[in-house]
Design a protein around this ligand. Structure first.
Ligand SMILES: NC(=O)c1ccc[n+]([C@@H]2O[C@H](COP(=O)([O-])OP(=O)(O)OC[C@H]3O[C@@H](n4cnc5c(N)ncnc54)[C@H](O)[C@@H]3O)[C@@H](O)[C@H]2O)c1
Ligand SMILES: O[C@H]1[C@H](O)[C@@H](O)[C@H](O)[C@@H](O)[C@H]1O
Length: 339
């Protein structure tokens, strides 16, 4: 079968990483074009990888040589670019978040449903991380009994100055929203986001760290510490507590060294090292599925559900109150899709 010809929109940290992945790691796919308003950045990458630049992202989506699109622009640009992909019938792997709020995400879900084809996969890559996948398998096996609690830690070394309190919910906490829904197979019905004393090391007034509590439809609870200016490095941990035992992932059990009066290992700098394998698997499975006219991963509905929880999360952060999550009923929005 011929290669899937891919165009990438937004080639900052994540888009450039995906570009290298498509060129060097992914079989059955070929990178043909990139687009970024920072034209120097786009040209430098395109020259190095031997592909075209197309200034206007919507022109990249419409381009005849592009079969499928990876959207790695900032979240505020996703809605317009996703609708354009749907209008042109092109499969798209869209980095999280699907869009910045529940309402615009629901419009995307509805537009895709109208087409009658699943064209959108959302970049919730933790579902492809071997440790998370093993945890999911263990919980589904029932060996730990019913899962009652989930404790999560999500720390970034630093984030850009522009990353403010709301972004911590919509762009960072959104990962735990997705893994919680996925691990439990249940919706989050209520969210409370607490803002403890912020770190003094950020000058933009961001409420960082945050501590969120998710209440699920089945009565289970998940908690999340999200701290995006932790200084040390990238840490993502998750402990599930069941009736018969617990399981923890993300302890960084790489090489431990003992030398000169110290022992220890390395902490990755950011997500590109910690989740490298997850991104590789995610992109390969998306390419394989796109060639079959399918998706193989989190759907637009999953992106919408996460956006609905984060919309309530931002309200909780600003009011200090627990907020009920308002989510459309799946059967009303997607009448012809199995529950
Ligand atoms: N799955 C993950 O673990 C992961 C990790 C990092 C980022 N992300 C997601 O990837 C996306 C990009 O994040 P990043 O960290 O690479 O950000 P970044 O700021 O490093 O890069 C964003 C790029 O998009 C370009 N851009 C700005 N406006 C644009 C527009 N309207 N159209 C096209 N390009 C535009 C910028 O010039 C920049 O080059 C976000 O949605 C983010 O949440 C996901
Ligand atoms: O966009 C990034 C990305 O999604 C990372 O995986 C997450 O750890 C960061 O907090 C977020 O800012």
């Amino acid at each position: 079968m011929t290669d899937l010809r891919i165009g990438i929109i937004g080639v900052g940290l994540m888009g450039a990483d995906h570009a290298e992945r498509v060129v060097h790691q992914t079989s059955g796919a070929r990178l043909v074009a990139v687009s970024d308003p920072d034209s120097a950045r786009a040209s430098a990458l395109a020259d190095r990888l031997g592909v075209r630049t197309i200034d206007d992202p919507l022109a990249l989506i419409a381009d005849d040589e592009v079969d499928a699109v990876i959207v790695a622009s900032p979240g505020f640009a996703h809605a317009e670019q996703l609708h354009a992909c749907l209008d042109h019938g092109k499969p798209v792997l869209c980095e999280k978040p699907l869009t910045m709020d529940a309402e615009s995400s629901l419009r995307v879900v509805e537009a895709e449903h109208k087409l009658g084809r699943s064209l959108i996969q959302v970049g919730f890559m933790r579902r492809f991380d071997p440790e998370y996948a093993e945890l999911k398998k263990l919980l589904d096996s029932g060996d730990l009994g019913r899962t009652l609690l989930l404790h999560n830690v999500h720390r970034n070394k630093t984030v850009p100055e522009t990353f403010r309190s709301e972004m911590i919910v919509r762009d960072s906490l959104v990962h735990e929203v997705d893994v919680t829904r996925w691990l439990f197979g249940e919706e989050i019905t209520r969210i409370t986001v607490h803002a403890p004393t912020p770190t003094s090391l950020v000058a933009n007034g961001a409420l960082d760290p945050q501590f969120a509590v998710f209440e699920l439809a089945n009565g289970a609870i998940a908690d999340v510490e999200v701290f995006v200016n932790f200084q040390v490095g990238y840490e993502v941990r998750c402990e599930a507590v069941g009736e018969l035992g617990s399981a923890t992932i993300g302890l960084g059990s790489g090489v431990l060294t003992r030398a000169a009066g110290h022992w220890g290992g390395a902490v990755p700098d950011d997500f590109r090292q910690r989740f490298a394998l997850a991104y590789d698997i995610e992109v390969q499975r998306w390419v394989d599925a796109a060639k079959r006219g399918e998706i193989d991963g989190p759907s637009a509905w999953d992106g919408y559900a996460a956006a609905a929880v984060c919309t309530a999360g931002v309200e909780s952060l600003t009011t200090g109150r627990p907020i009920e999550v308002e989510m459309a009923r799946r059967g009303d929005v997607l009448p012809s899709v199995q529950p």
